[in-house]
Design a protein around this ligand. Structure first.
Ligand code: MTE
Length: 314
């Protein structure tokens, strides 16, 4: 077992309490929005900077499950830069300054460039409702707003040397209390093979539920690959590099035997400490459903892995 790792998920523990606490935070936040305590401190930061977005309906495989309630999707998060409990990001992430924000895009490209968040928001956006599956065996259904990552690649023109894409998240100890502790090797790094990154389902995400991303969900820009475990989806991205070698990811550094580079959702390959055969579609903590290979997106993505041993390349 690695030094830093996800706790072993058990259906009967942790989550109901987390959500309960989150609900209290949420209600506290709603009541105290803008309110100032006698000490002069703001009790809870009001959700700031969230703006409605213009978008069209995107092409994504249709789902039978309804989107998860926004309140749950924005209060039950993994974002270790803001703490390791599910409640921490919603509670702590208001300190992250998401404007101004730029993303440096470089590496093996003909036209490296720095893109401002306003430039990304001005591009044609679409909504995609995706099933999301965390490695901890819970899942949600989230309406994301953004664009296929391939549009970003087209801006910089990757060269023949580009075999992988490396995503680097912000790591700002001043704004992110979790970065002051060595819970992961900062900055958070993730990566995709070039053909995975260019797959039309791979989504550069700027919003959810029709609005810009809340900080706890990775504002102002993150990546979403719906057929992979959630840890592949780096939040608050500041750098995108097209590279020749497979990037060393933060979770591979934390525990390579537990968190592989590919991280495709796969009921046949258990995590060393728990089964991946079933999952809990939140908020149903107890009802368990069968995990689908590639999280149900096999028709779209299975061909990317033809001839690969997915147990060895987990
Ligand atoms: N990105 C950064 N920078 N830091 C993180 O801790 N957690 C990952 C991923 N991206 C994480 C991250 C994990 S484990 C998951 S499950 C998803 O974000 C959760 O995304 P959500 O909170 O929007 O559901």
């Amino acid at each position: 077992m690695s030094r830093y790792s996800f706790p072993t998920p058990k259906s009967s523990e942790i989550t109901p309490r987390d959500v309960y606490l989150n609900r209290r935070h949420f209600m506290g936040g709603a009541l105290a929005m803008g309110a100032v305590l006698a000490t002069g401190e703001v009790a809870f930061a009001a959700p700031s900077g969230i703006e409605p977005l213009k978008f069209s309906a995107g092409l994504a495989p249709a789902l039978t499950d309804k989107p998860t309630a926004r309140e749950l999707a924005t209060t039950y998060n993994n974002y270790y830069e803001f703490g390791t409990s599910k409640a921490d990001p919603a509670h702590n992430a208001s300190t992250l300054k998401v404007r101004p924000w730029t993303v440096e895009i470089g590496g093996a490209v003909a036209k490296p460039r720095t893109v401002g968040i306003e430039d990304l928001l001005a591009m044609e956006l679409e909504e995609r409702i995706y099933r999301m599956r965390c490695v901890e065996a819970w899942s949600m259904v989230i309406p994301w707003v953004g664009m296929s990552f391939s549009k970003i690649a087209a801006l910089v023109e990757p060269t023949a040397k580009a075999k992988y894409v490396k995503f680097t998240s912000a790591a700002r100890p001043e704004e992110m209390p979790g970065v002051r502790s060595r819970v992961l090797d900062w900055p958070y790094i993730e990566g995709l093979r070039m053909d995975e990154a260019m797959h039309p389902l791979t989504f550069l995400t700027l919003g959810m539920y029709g609005e810009t991303l809340p900080n706890q969900n990775g504002a102002p820009v993150r990546i979403v690959t719906p057929w992979k475990y959630g840890f592949k989806n780096a939040k608050s991205i500041v750098r995108i590099d097209f590279v020749e070698e497979q990037p060393q990811t933060a979770w591979m550094t934390a525990g390579a035997s537990e968190y592989g580079f590919y991280a495709n959702v796969n009921p046949d390959v258990d995590h060393p400490r728990w089964s991946q055969k079933h999952e809990r579609l939140l908020p149903s903590f107890f009802a368990s459903r069968a995990t689908e290979k590639f999280n149900g997106y096999g028709a779209e993505v299975a061909s990317l892995y033809t001839g690969m041993d997915l147990a060895a390349n987990f």
